[in-house]
Write a protein that binds this ligand. Structure first.
Ligand code: SF4
Ligand code: SF4
Length: 72
């Protein structure tokens, strides 16, 4: 079971790809779909690998994503 989760606010995203690049366990890819402002937001392809480290959230310039750890 995944240790953490990631939450994406696709409408805030500007498609920079930092979250995809900096995720240590390759949880994310940029979607081929567009949001309403014309950017490709990330989507989750390997939810079970998410540690909840929140590196994606720390690198996102637009506060469009964050990770969190499940309580034990
Ligand atoms: S870092 Fe933020 S703005 Fe950049 S692609 Fe990821 S969610 Fe979108
Ligand atoms: S919280 Fe960490 S492991 Fe999960 S998607 Fe974000 S960077 Fe990747």
């Amino acid at each position: 079971m995944a240790k953490g989760f990631v939450s994406i606010a696709a409408e805030r995203c500007k498609g920079c790809g930092f979250c995809v690049e900096f995720c240590p366990t390759r949880v994310l890819v940029l979607s081929s779909a567009f949001n309403s402002t014309g950017y490709h937001p990330p989507h989750v392809v390997a939810a079970e690998k998410c540690s909840g480290c929140d590196l994606c959230g720390m690198y996102c310039p637009d506060f469009a994503i964050f990770g969190g750890r499940y309580a034990r």
